[in-house]
Design a protein around this ligand. Sequence first.
Ligand SMILES: [Zn+2]
Length: 263
Amino acid sequence: MKSRKLLIFVILIIVVVVSALTFVYINSRSKDVKYITKIDPVVEKINPECSRTSRLDNKPQYDRALSLILQRIQESIDLDVGTDGETAFNSFPINLVNCIYIKEEDINDESGVEGYFSLDSNEIKNNFFPITVDKDYKEADDVVTALLIAHEMDHVQQFLIGTPMSSRNDCLRAEADAFVTQWEMFGSLSMEEMASVNARIKQNDSLHPQLQMLANMRELLQQYALPACGFMSRDCTKEVLRVQMFKVLFDDAYYKKQCEMQK
Ligand SMILES: [Zn+2]
């Protein structure tokens, strides 16, 4: 009888100890989970990355534009192998195309904005960077779409490397860089693709705003970069274009407004 009481006592002790340990374990687990869910989005924002090796599922027209960007960058890198490592297109690594998701929206903006990448979008995740384009792009040709996406991908890269954006001038500098990238994308097109873009610029009837900006950059290049750099120095040309684009954007009503919150 005595040993039976002892056995019940021991079982009770075991039950109490196991319950206590289970309680402590579950409690510590739920704290962990809370900790992780609270911290994760912040970590992702601070340290985002693009390590995907295959493309996200985009509409065919945007997938073709991303293919074009990938192909032309790869070709320009291949062409430049052995020339001091200077590549024609080094604004972002080519695998960035794998992390781009293109969303359509009726932007309907009088200022002519056609696409954007929102730095504070809560849709941004590692390996997933959404670029929004105006719904009219579903009918644009692949080259024009690629030129717009290349500009926005430069903003994604700025986000990835933590380009400073706190002052108005930082913001305008980042924009100027994105336009230089767009110009480089134009420069890496094939002769035929370039000829068709040039033909459309020449026609000039209701010029697509993306092409209008290319035409403006060409003028800046002829006016400032050619006399200063000649035809050969790519770095010099890029730098002159960057400085001149900064000046253009500084006086541009839309970019003034876009960057005005940064004082
Ligand atoms: Zn931009």
